[in-house]
Design a protein around this ligand. Sequence first.
Ligand code: SAH
Length: 247
Amino acid sequence: MFENSRIVLVNTSHPGNIGAAARAMKNMGLSRLYLVAPKEFPVYEAYSRAVGADDVLANAVVTETLAEALSGCVWVAGTSARERMVQWPTYEPRECAAICRDKSLQGDVAIVFGRERTGLTNEELEMCNGLVHIPTNAEYSSLNVAAAVQVLCYEVRMAFLSNPDVAVEKSRTQKEDMPATTDQLEGMYQHMYQMMQDIQFFSGSNPEVIMRRLKSLFNRAQTTKREVAILRGIFSAAQRKKSVRSR
Ligand code: SAH
């Protein structure tokens, strides 16, 4: 039921939180835990807090970067303890879980959780298609990270239980019309950046800000594999034209 759903913890400081998150996942039937550069892992404290969920910890995938943990994902939600003033679409946990369920027909989906003290960076949020905020008390909004994992995993479970057919139904979407994976988008961004440099688009403007806006656009649009191919074709054509002209 949940085989396409990943829970990703970024840079967790306290191994006890990793164990508690594993337990929260297993209670709700999820098992695919990804740990991006955990401060201490594997250690006893994580296993002791996981209680019977040591299998989730034993199978956890440890990566150095968030990009590696999201490799192959078709939809990614980033969690935030604050409601941010940004251009990302923001969902409540229930909406996020319904999207996860629907997108999981097309490939892996992930929910990303941040550092205990500082949450997720803007660069990390840029890799997400949407933000999810648990509507907590605005004066005391930050949950313990494992408690936040519990809330989201509960909603994912409820989303699947409320519509079990979706979980078994085979998607009829053609392969090319499936959402591009995070790696395919990353490749496209690099190509786009190179092309924009080649055609001297950035003169006077800040490339970082422009790229951030464009990433936000493509994440919102849920760009498909076919669209990525068309865009990259356009980038290559612009690059060829430029190199012919500058000869
Ligand atoms: N000061 C940090 C708090 C991080 S809390 C910040 O403002 O971002 C650690 C992690 O727990 C967050 O990165 C997020 O993954 C999760 N979390 C805590 N409270 C949350 C909430 N209300 N909604 C969604 N996620 C939350």
